[in-house]
Write a protein that binds this ligand. Structure first.
Ligand code: ZN
Ligand code: ZN
Length: 175
């Protein structure tokens, strides 16, 4: 595939599937309750035991509009609530990722971020070069297909990762 057509599919991805959510500054109690209910259902859905830390961490991931580092998550989980042990947090995140309830994505600083968005379908990521935030983009089967079409004969993929770099809506200069 030519560079031009690769660029085109990335543009299509960005144009067709903007980052799924915009941060809502006023976090209503209803939104918190909704995230908890969803987290509970997801954890039970994999036939696992519902523990406090699993519920707290997954609810926080579901409410986030961007992928979060361990540190981001710790701050959010502990905000107005009891402290969460670092080791427990790491273990819960690994457990969520291993069970397909969240996924990891490496940021520009090579630090892993976690997200509970778009876990099942192939999707790209957006990395803001100014604030360093990482966002999951919308799922796109076309994206994976067009990237795979560029593999030479005899190569097999294990995973497709596409990252778009640029300025997020918060950092882009106002029009
Ligand atoms: Zn930004
Ligand atoms: Zn993602």
């Amino acid at each position: 595939m030519s560079q031009a057509s690769q660029r085109k599919s990335i543009e299509q991805l960005v144009a067709g599937d903007p980052p799924a959510a915009v941060d809502s500054p006023a976090d209503s109690l209803a939104a918190v309750g909704q995230a908890q209910a969803r987290a509970r259902a997801m954890i039970r859905g994999v036939g696992a035991r519902l523990t406090g830390p699993r519920l707290r961490v997954l609810s926080e991931l579901l409410r986030a509009d961007q992928a979060l580092t361990h540190l981001d998550l710790q701050r959010r989980v502990e905000d107005g609530a009891e402290a969460i042990d670092r080791v427990t947090l790491y273990r819960v995140l690994d457990w969520l990722a291993d069970n397909g309830l969240a996924h990891r994505v490496a940021g520009p600083d090579r630090v892993f971020r976690f997200s509970a968005r778009s876990t099942e379908t192939p999707h790209g990521h957006f990395r803001c070069v100014q604030c360093g935030r990482m966002y999951c983009l919308g799922a796109s089967a076309d994206l994976a297909r067009s990237v795979l079409a560029t593999l030479p004969d005899g190569f097999t993929e294990q995973r497709v990762e596409v990252t778009v770099s640029g300025l997020c809506a918060d950092c882009a200069p106002a029009h």
